[in-house]
Design a protein around this ligand. Structure first.
Ligand SMILES: N=CN[C@@H](CCC(=O)O)C(=O)O
Ligand SMILES: [Zn+2]
Length: 418
């Protein structure tokens, strides 16, 4: 660290928006610092009151009480506000085209959500140019980032042909390293009479074209999409190509999604709206044995589809690892706000504010099997959020209010102003 010998902050102007910090950066005067490192501070969030944090080379170099802070080349004054790790949103479908607001309107008038709505977006994506897909996705990524998301997973799944899935993944890979091949989202209309043929396409030529752009493979294991055997075939083919596996499951009703995910060693099973006692036990067992399968809950989906919320207390009481993610998509949840999801999880699912914030940061990192994000321990990526609030409880306490004042990614200011 380029530290100065004084204990007080060095002088220097705050980093200009978009510019990476040159040299070391001291963020001083932090009212509450959330580190998610219980070795550094109080509780599961590792909270430190009246704190400071030093960034160097894009990583956290020091975190602790401000009275002991080393100086640095540049200083930012948090003026008593909260600093937390950036949100790790481990589930999104932001590469799409078209508009489904009328489908939402119909749903709010009583029509149930059905997986078939996905095909509406598939038709729009197939008709859209790459540049249109890229512009929409980049705008949504910027929107998410301005609200504190510093790691965002992005799936394909609205192309459902070799060429369209491949170009959706190329668009995603230009935005994030957390890309997921979801050719097995639903069976497209042209394969309606031959679902087995579509699984062969996904596990064969489509996977071959998409794997170079993807880190993960995913499957929607649900009535109306893919059954347990089809899901296993998809996940195994992806794993054989070196992809990590994840599953959409138990969204629309009880089903085999969780069981398949745990048995196939998936990093995460997402939705988990309808769980049996056996599902909860399987997720808890998985958590006690190796990296496990994280239960990723998507409360924005349950909100926007008028579904019940998952039984998160059963999961937490049993010892499962829980993440919260946004699932931004045009059909079931068109939000990029992780703060909104945290507020829903607290109010509607009865998570404590600390549980919800952990799940939306460290939990998301676990769901992506990442150790460099989701916390602010020494060595972590300096992905920071400065809140216009003294502590993180405000995320749920002031729902719907834009509380994110500034966002740094890898130590560089990418949104807002300190
Ligand atoms: N459940 C499956 N896929 C998306 C929905 C996509 C859509 O309806 O367009 C989800 O995560 O909710
Ligand atoms: Zn999804």
């Amino acid at each position: 660290m380029t530290a100065h010998p004084t204990g007080s902050g060095a002088s220097g102007s705050p980093t200009a928006p978009g510019e990476p910090a040159a040299g070391s950066l001291l963020v001083d005067g932090i009212g509450t610092l959330v580190t998610n490192d219980p070795g550094l501070g109080d509780g599961a969030l590792g909270e430190i009151a009246d704190a400071a944090l030093v960034v160097e080379d894009g990583r956290v170099a020091w975190a602790g009480p401000r009275t002991r802070a080393p100086a640095a080349d540049t200083r930012v004054d948090a003026a008593g506000r909260c600093v937390m790790p950036g949100f790790v949103d481990s589930h999104s479908h932001i590469v799409f085209a078209g508009d489904r607001s009328r489908e939402f309107e119909a749903r709010m008038s009583g029509r149930p959500y059905e997986a078939g709505g996905i095909r509406t977006t598939v038709a729009a994506v197939r008709a859209a140019a790459d540049a249109e897909l890229a512009a929409t996705a980049a705008a949504l990524l910027a929107e998410a980032r301005a609200q504190g998301t510093t790691t965002l997973e992005v799936k394909s799944g609205y192309g459902l042909s070799v060429a369209d899935e491949e170009r959706c993944l190329r668009v995603a890979a230009a935005l994030t390293e957390e890309t997921t091949f979801l050719g097995a989202h639903v069976v497209p209309a042209e394969y309606a009479e031959d679902p087995a043929g579509y699984v062969d396409l996904v596990t064969g030529p489509m996977l071959a074209a998409c794997a170079p752009h993807a880190r993960w493979i995913d499957v929607f294991c649900e009535r109306g999409a893919f059954d347990a055997d089809q899901a296993r075939a998809v996940l195994r083919a992806g794993r054989a190509r070196g992809l990590g596996v994840r599953v959409h499951g138990n969204q629309l009703g009880p089903g085999p999604g969780v069981r398949v995910a745990v048995e196939e060693g998936a990093a995460s099973v997402d939705h988990c709206t309808h769980l049996t006692r056996e599902d909860v036990a399987a997720l808890a067992d998985a958590a006690s044995d190796g990296p496990g399968t994280v239960a990723t809950l998507l409360p924005g989906v349950d909100f926007s589809t008028r579904q019940p919320y998952p039984d998160v207390r059963a999961l937490l009481d049993a010892g499962a690892v829980v993440a919260l993610a946004g699932d931004c998509n045009p059909g079931t949840c068109f939000t990029t706000s992780m703060a909104f999801c945290v507020a829903l999880a607290v109010r509607e699912m009865r998570m404590t504010p600390a549980e919800a914030l952990w799940a939306a940061t460290a939990g998301g990192a676990r769901a992506l099997r990442r150790t460099d994000v989701g916390h602010l321990g020494v060595g972590a990526r300096a992905d920071l959020v400065l809140l216009a609030a003294p502590n993180p409880v405000y995320l749920a306490y002031r729902p719907g209010v834009p509380l994110v004042a500034a966002v740094w990614k890898d130590g560089g200011l990418v949104s807002g102003r300190p």
